[in-house]
Design a protein around this ligand. Structure first.
Ligand code: ZN
Length: 510
């Protein structure tokens, strides 16, 4: 406080606001003011309140920034704007509000508030919680307030009020769009637009981390360091693998935006933390690591659908390999017995086996349904549980928005919810990959027309990676290649007849 003890009583301002739409604490402005006066008169305080410092914005939203970039002379909340001016002139020592969310909901308003009260160190008191006044000049308090503003904004965004077109335009023009700036940056107002500005300490850390990653440090090690050092995401959570990856690979780090083709488009007007080349290197490295992991996971580097699956009938079922000559691609017997070397056109074989697989999935036989029953039921149960978790996550956010629970509780509950969801999504993904067949059949849809069935199965099949497709083929069918009839030359035209497809182990075992 900037008062000299004994010189004069401390002075407080009161700010009340109620939105047209419910957007948080619904205590009406009269009630809000009453609570504030009670707090000021409290024997522990004894603050004086001048009537000109009682500010009320009734039926005013704080969802959008107070200062409209399109018309700065008309603030969306006139009383809020007037209060900031008075705070700048040092007319009072404290601001009393019912809840912080009465004062600001948009990070831009928080920034304006901090700028206005910083000069005279005005303290903010919440009448709902007078134990913790907020001196926003203290870094940790500002961080708390920022997180609360971000959470509030997040809730608002979920109400579907995003201005996508406007954001797209700004992205095209290299201007930062609204919302929450990523780690390393903050949003500042520049003329009529919002601009990204580096937060020096964060930008420095992000840059060092990226350079160390390029230098060979492990992603997980770096992520762990951030968590050990107490660095939090913008939502106030510890870093997970995906949020950490996303932060390191953000286009804005190099003053770029995402191009339509997945590349980077340069030309952002803000100061980059790394060069576009460095950012591209980070992306490539992360992509390569994930490919390597997948290759290790599948164990083999098979590049073709039917390698090892098609068997040569002429020599007792030798697995065939892919070979290539000037006539095209072939499945060929490696000729371990009698230098067999029989071959068949690879593309004809692939088409034939895919047709067979599709037919079996579109009209699953009772045997196939029986064989995949447990997995399909397990997957269905997991999907239901996942939907429930998503639903309760939404309810937590709504409860926070309506003031039914506090920020700390909401963050803890959301964190817990997310941990459970991540684990379940992992399990489900694992099950779906392992039992790709069950996943492909999905639920039986009554009265589904031929075309719908065809499209659904076709798309599901196309979504599988090569390893998964091979697993499905191995489970559903066996494939034998007979030799050509005596006197008939092997060719594309005879290939189809020579390939024999029968029920695979999944069906044979029932
Ligand atoms: Zn053979």
């Amino acid at each position: 406080m900037n008062m000299q003890v004994g010189a004069r009583a401390e002075r407080a301002a009161i700010y009340s606001r109620l939105s047209e739409s419910r957007d948080g604490d619904d205590t009406n402005v009269v009630e809000q003011e009453k609570h504030a006066r009670k707090l000021a008169a409290d024997s522990a305080h004894g603050w004086t309140i001048s009537e000109k410092h009682v500010y009320t914005d009734n039926n005013r939203t704080a969802a959008k920034p107070c200062f409209n970039p399109d018309d700065p002379t008309k603030p969306r909340r006139p009383a809020f704007a007037a209060m900031l001016e008075a705070a700048e002139r040092g007319e009072f020592d404290h601001i009393i509000v019912r809840h912080l969310d009465r004062l600001y909901r948009h990070p831009a308003d928080l920034q304006a508030l901090v700028a206005a009260i910083g000069k005279h160190k005005v303290t903010i008191y919440q009448s709902s919680n007078d134990k913790h006044p907020l001196d926003l000049s203290v870094a940790s308090n500002f961080l708390t307030a920022s997180i609360m503003a971000d959470v509030a904004l997040y809730e608002l965004n979920r109400k579907g009020e995003r201005q996508r077109d406007e954001n797209d335009r700004k992205r095209r023009e290299g201007i930062a769009h609204g919302g929450i700036a990523g780690y390393g940056y903050r949003l500042v107002e520049q003329g009529k637009e919002w601009q990204l500005e580096q937060v020096p300490e964060e930008a420095e850390r992000l840059k060092k981390t990226i350079l160390r990653f390029l230098d060979g440090a492990k992603l997980y090690t770096l992520q762990k360091e951030w968590n050990n050092d107490g660095i939090k995401t913008r939502r106030g959570n510890p870093w997970g693998a995906s949020s950490f990856r996303a932060t390191l690979t953000k286009a804005s780090n190099a003053a770029c935006r995402e191009g339509a083709d997945g590349g980077l488009v340069e030309g952002g007007k803000w100061e980059p933390i790394v060069s576009p080349d460095q950012l591209k290197a980070v992306r490539q490295k992360i992509e390569q690591q994930s490919k390597d992991r997948h290759a290790n996971h599948t164990g083999t580097a098979t590049k073709h659908l039917l390698t090892g699956i098609a068997k040569c009938a002429a020599c007792g079922g030798t697995p065939m390999r892919v070979s290539r000559n000037r006539h095209g691609d072939f499945l060929q017997c490696p000729g371990v017995v009698n230098s067999c070397r029989k071959s068949v056109d690879m593309h004809v074989a692939e088409m034939k086996v895919e047709d067979e697989i599709r037919a079996r999935l579109m009209y699953p036989s009772p045997a196939l349904l029986e064989a995949t029953k447990d997995d399909r039921e397990a997957a269905t149960a997991m999907r239901v549980e996942l939907a429930d978790l998503k639903d309760s996550g939404k309810k937590i956010t709504e409860a926070k928005a309506s003031g039914a629970i506090g920020l700390d509780d909401a963050l803890a509950l959301l964190q817990d919810n997310k941990t459970k969801r991540d684990a379940l999504e992992d399990d489900l993904g694992h099950l779906e990959r392992r039992m790709a067949v069950a996943g492909l059949i999905g639920e039986l849809i009554p009265d589904e027309g031929f075309l719908d069935k065809h499209v659904r199965v076709q798309n599901a099949w196309a979504d599988l990676d090569l390893h998964q497709q091979r697993e499905v083929i191995r489970a559903l069918v066996t494939m034998t290649v007979n030799p050509s009839e005596p006197g008939v030359r092997a060719s594309k035209h005879t290939a189809d007849k020579r390939i024999v497809i029968a029920d695979g182990p999944l069906l044979a075992s029932v």
